[in-house]
Every structure is written in C-alpha cells, then in structure tokens.
Design a protein. Sequence first.
Lengths: 255, 240
Amino acid sequence: MIATVPRAVLAACFWRSLFLQAAWNRRGMQNLGFAYAIYPALRVLYPDPGRRAQALSRHLGFFNCHPYTAAAIVGGVIHHEERVAAGAEPPAGPEAYKTTLQGPLAAIGDGFFWTALRPFFGALAALGALLFGWPAVVAALTMYNAIHLAFRIGLFRAGYRQGDAVVGALARLALPVAAGHLRVAGAALCGFCAAAVVVHAAAMPRPSSVLVAVLAATVGYVVLARGARLLPTAYAAIMAGVGAALVVGRFQGSP
Amino acid sequence: MGYLALAVVSGLAAVERKGFLQAMLSRPIALGPIAGLALGDVRSGLYVGVPLELLWLGAVNLGAALPVHEALGTAAAAGATVLAARALQPSGLAGPMLLPAVAVLAVAACAPLASLGRCADRMVERWNERLYALAEQDLARGHAAAAARTNLYGLVLPFAISFVLAPLGAAVAAALIPLVLSRAPSLVVPLGLGWVAFNGLACASGARAMRGPRAPAFYFGALVLGIALATVTALAGGGA
C-alpha cells in the first residue's frame, strides 16, 4: 500500500516551488530551492526524523532546470518518494528521475518560455502601451501569467500523476514549433513598435525626427546583428540623435 | 517617502526577478509604471519602461549565464525620470521635447546600473554557497526543517542590493538632470531626438532578441507595413 501525500501538502509543495531559485548558487544551483519545495511532502512520508533527514539529503544534491518546467520534476519526485517511502522503489529512484529530466526540461523551458513566450509578450505589452497606454500592459501580463501558471500547475500535476511519462506529454505539446512561431510574431511586433516610434516622431517639432527614428530602427538592427555590444550601441544612437539635431539646427539657424 | 517607496518596489522586483514567481512583474514594461506609481507618475514610468523592455528583451537567464540586471536599471531610470521631471516643473522649461530629454538623460545615467547589478548577482551566487554549507550543517545536526528553510535567506541580499542602489541611482540622476537642462536649455530639443534614436534602437534590439532566420524579414516587413498604414490613415484623415 503506497501512501499518498494529501492535496493540501501537494499545494504547499507547489507554492514552495515558486521559490526554486531563491538561493541559486554555483555549487548546487537550485538545490536549496528544490529541497525547500519538496520538504512538506517528505515530512508527511517520513515521520521518522532520521529517515526524513536522509530523504532531504537526497535533494540537496545538484539540481538545475527552468523554474517553470521544474514543476514537473517536483511533482514527479513526490510521486517517486511515495514509492520509496513504501519500499516499492530504491532510494536512488528520485535522484535518477531528477538527473534524467532536468536537462531536457531545462532546454524545453529555456527555448519556449525565456526565448519565445516571454519576449513575445514583452513586445506585445510594449506595442500595446505605445498605442493604448498602461491598460494594455495589464492585459498582456495577465495573458502571459494565465499561460505561465497553467503550465506550471499542469506540469506539477502531470509529474505527480505520470512520473516519467511527463516527458512524452510535454513532447506532444510541440513547444519548439510554437516557439518558432512566437519568435517571428515577436519580431513583427518589434517592427510595429518601431513604426509607432516613427509615427510619434512625426508629431515632434523637428522634421528630422522621422529620419532619426527610421535610421535608428534599421541601421541599429544591422549594427547589432554584426555583433556590436548593446549598451555602447545605445549610447552611440543617443549621441547620433543629439548630433543630428545640432547639425540640422545649425543649418536651419534655429537655437 | 518617494525614495522609500522606490526602494521597496525595486527590492521586491529584484526578488521577483529570480527568487520568486518570475511573472514578468520585474520586467521593465511592468516595473517602469509600477516605479512611476510609487512616485505618483505612472505615465513617466511607462514612458521609460517601454523602450527599456524592448532594449532588454534578450536579457534572459539561460543556465548559469547571467544577464544584465534590467530591473535595477529600470527602477533607477524610471525613478530619475519622474523625479527630475517634477524638479523641472518650476523652471519654466516646457514643451513636447522636455520629457524625452529628461528620459534620455535618466536612461543614459542609470543604464550602467544594470551592468553593476549583474556583478552584484555574481556576488550573491557566491554568497549563497555559504547558505548551502549552512543547510548541510543543519541537516548533519538533524534539523531538516531548518535546512530546508535556508533557501529563503537567499532572498535577502538581492532585495537589499536593489533597495539601496535603485533610489541612490535615481537620486543622483534626478539631481544632475535639472542642473544640466536648466543651464543648457538649448539641449532639450537635441536630447529629445536622442530619445527618438534610443527608442528606434530599442525596437531593433528587441527584434534581435527574437532569434531565428525569419525574424529580420518579419521585423523590417512590419516596420514598413506599420509606417505605410499610418501614412495612409493620416492621409485619409487629412482628406476627410
């Protein structure tokens, strides 16, 4: 008979998993966060303090994953620890599960969330703010977090219920394909943002503002694509804009 | 009180950025207006937050690689913009180019804090290895709950660093900007164009962050399409 962790304790573990990176360190990376997240389940599964300490020491080892997709591993490890506590699985089982999944789930998480979904919504919020003001930012962030939390909660539950089968479930979502679409859509949103900057520049008292905006958005892209460092390029763009205004002003005889 | 509010907002953003939740609340697009709200001017905070979001769209924490601390840079720049614009109100300087001029000086002064924040992040990571050792000691003594709780101590240092540096950066910039603009009011318009250039570059930077072979085509295509649509709309509106 395998004892299961109560739902309230599962909820506590999920809440704690939101602090996964609180004490990120180079030696164990997210190890302290993982141990913190899993502890309420271990307290229930191992009433004996000695066994509990042994179980926790398994989870103080190295761990690093994307903070959202790591929810699947937290849920899956609870699934495995339930079996270990009942003697149905060797103690090395949860560790093997973590070691096997953390790399692939990190790659999926980084590739989809950090380099596609979040930049897409960042660009969407920026364009919305340029056109409609702060309510657009609230709307964009609400949509983002609805997706983000749905994934996190869904992955946690899938990991807990399905254990190792969570990888197959994730693969069926075809996240890399979705990420590709989000990236091109995000690039288009940035293009529309640049167009909005040009339109706003047209409303400025200096006609040269439009040319400055267009050049910065186009030449700036080419310069960055050739490997120029971002902050120096930003300063150069500012100085170029200031310089252009001074030169045009001198030709026009304006102060 | 304003500086204290900015400090708290910045500290919480530093925590949200990595230590808890990561729900985009510490991103410039959200933090800019939130910092502005803390100082009583959402609009100016958002004015700075939009291009900074685009500029730092590619600032992501992939594995062990550390990005710039975009939250620290944004909080300081937004705070400086709000405070400097407020300080300039009695000066008689006005016009549509004043806020852009203030914003570009605020960003130029405070953006390096983002790089400084990255150095601070590295320092925090090394410090957190002490927490790891502390957790191992607690576990060896049989204090499993205390060992698990050690994780939360990792939130303190990032909070404290941003709590101090963001209002400090904002204060220094907010003191210098009115000085510069009131002594050289002729720079307002050129600086306004500098802001336009910065915004254009920020859009380019955002597009570059969307890694992919088709991204450039979509970026330039949308730029041209957007300008064409705006032109047609303006002409249609003018003709009507």
